[in-house]
Design a protein around this ligand. Structure first.
Ligand code: SIN
Length: 319
């Protein structure tokens, strides 16, 4: 027993969802149950924590509606608790829909070199016949309480994923998350962690203290994601540039290729000062850059995570 605290921050999601009819797994309203109540529904949570549990409701929303200001508030609460020597780790209950984006945002701004921040969730509401939330919460707490655990992690269906690779890959099944070809970092089995890979390493490119960059931000750089596809045009890009967009992430076809009409508009946008980054629509792998590429690639980040990194970069550089 470490004796140190595990802090559980509630933000909503299906894990806190309620359906009018018990057993309805899709016709429910997310973000209805408070984090204290979620914890009370999990026998053995205190033993898994190996120390005191502290709960805080930071937000109560369906994560499709996640907003940059909620990310800022959540990151500040995480940073506050992580700085407390009596805290072993932080667990966040979250919706599945944008969990990977929140995980990447937190990875980019928090110092998690020595402690874990573990996001967890559920595909079924709390009123389901067999809800997955209680087991996921128990597993997430077990991971947070594990000695040596660090980094921003996601725990669901017994798997532990790192923030960089984790993606929601299924809209319905309980086993909805994947880290693609790299596989999960490890598993939680009867409260014990079995690691296949090391805990995630610290973000490169920015130093401890990045949380200060976002502490007072209310106006976030505008970065949009668009897709290259058959029949694409440059009309959306031109409209976004007219509307003052500062960054664009393109979900490209294959190895970072772009429909010629869209590409022409993106190059015009880049020339006018908009930051343009290429990612790929492919669910596996990453864009392999070639000498002479006019548009930089995302370094393996999905379009949605690349959007976050570009937004934070623009914030730091005054973009
Ligand atoms: C949400 O993302 O908040 C709703 C969907 C879910 O958690 O599965």
């Amino acid at each position: 027993m470490s004796g140190k605290k595990i802090v559980i921050l509630g933000t909503g999601g299906t894990i806190a969802g309620i359906s009018a009819q018990a057993g309805d797994n899709i016709g429910y309203v997310a973000a209805q149950v408070g984090v204290q109540q979620l914890m009370a529904a999990v026998p053995g949570l205190e033993q898994a924590a190996r120390g005191p549990l502290v709960a805080e409701q930071v937000a109560q929303l369906d994560s499709k509606d996640m907003a940059h200001g909620v990310w800022r508030d959540l990151a500040l609460r995480c940073a506050h608790h992580l700085a407390d020597p009596q805290v072993q780790g932080v667990v966040i209950t979250h919706g599945t829909d944008t969990l990977e984006e929140t995980a990447w945002f937190l990875h980019e701004v928090l110092d998690v070199r020595a402690k874990p921040v573990v996001l967890t969730c559920a595909m079924r509401p709390s009123t389901a016949l067999a809800p997955d939330g209680p087991q996921n919460l128990l597993d997430a707490v077990a991971v947070a309480a594990t000695s040596g655990a660090r980094g921003v992690l996601a725990v669901a269906s017994g798997e532990i994923h790192g923030a960089r690779r984790v993606q929601k890959v299924h809209p319905y099944r309980v086993h909805a998350f994947s880290s693609g070809e790299g596989g999960p970092l490890g598993w939680v089995e009867e409260g014990n962690v079995r690691l296949e890979q090391d805990w995630p390493s610290a973000p490169t490119g920015h130093a401890k203290g990045a949380i200060e960059d976002i502490a007072d931000v209310s106006l976030w750089p505008r970065v949009e994601v668009l897709f290259s596809h058959a029949g694409a045009t440059g009309a959306l890009v031109d409209a976004l540039v007219r509307d003052g967009v500062q960054g664009l992430v393109v979900a490209c076809t294959g190895n970072g290729t772009i429909h010629h009409a869209l590409e022409a508009a993106l190059l015009r946008a880049q020339q006018s000062g908009v930051c343009v980054v290429r990612s790929t629509r492919c669910p596996e792998g990453q864009v392999l850059p070639k000498p002479g590429d006019a548009l930089p690639d995302s370094g393996g980040l999905s379009p949605f995570k690349a959007r976050i990194s570009l937004m934070l970069e623009l914030l730091r550089t005054g973009g």
